[in-house]
Write a protein of this length. Sequence first.
Length: 306
Amino acid sequence: MIITVYIGAVGRSGTTLLERTLATSPRVTAVGEVVHLWNRGVRDDEPCGCGDTFLNCAFWTKVGVEAFGGWDRVDLIQLDLDRAIVDRNRYIPYLLLPQLAPPRFRASQGRLVDVLGNLYRGIAAAGSETGGDFIIDSSKHPSYLFLMRRVPGVDLRLLHVVRDPRGVAHSWSKRVMRPENGAPMEQLGSVRASLRWLGHNLLFELATRIGVRSERLPYEAFTADPTVLARSLDRLVPGGSPTKLAIVSRSITLGVDHTVSGNPLRFAAGSVELRADESWRTSLSKRSRLTIGVVTTPFRQLWARP
Ligand SMILES: [Zn+2]
């Protein structure tokens, strides 16, 4: 079985740095947000975290050959259709209870899990060449997690990262450009950001309740003491010697990772100082704080504890 640790979180929860910190362990093959691999990698040939474009990257070329005999053998049009039919949060009930799903959904899901089974087999094979014995996928989306539960050969674990919703909402309010193509990233107001924070985190909680092996990690616990990550990982994937991460005090020595998507930090290499981004404390309006408080209480307090 291919152990895959899925980082589940609402967007803007700091998961790119967290994933890259985990990737400093030689046991880990960290591949970024695989949910975006088909469009941003295979179709648009955006840069991999290593700096090469996706189709020129040696790691992803190996994955493509191992999984499909080459990326050009993948039917991207069919895949796009199938993903639109299956991989949406509103269809999670069908992913939970496939017997209720219409035949068209079941056919699309069948094709998708076959493709993903091959993909993760390819990633595991390419990663094992450098000593990786499990995969970290920071796709974050709830529906993709529930889809991954259905992928044959994948032993799924969930690292559920919860950041303070005030920090998340503040980040969603900022205008940020994607370095890959210069396009602005999505922005959300505090009502929508709070609702998304609540909805996504409840779905990860649901995954835990139905038996996905999980660890919840408050993002603020990681920024206070990054070594908590190694302990979370050892509880999620027990059996090896204790995980060692390249952390000295608050400095993390990042290597080169073949991440397909994520925030601009995925291109950083070398020493990075860990700083808690607490700018919301001074720049979030009273009105936004009140809105966020109304929507997210009492879960904010509940999930702030590991
Ligand atoms: Zn690469």
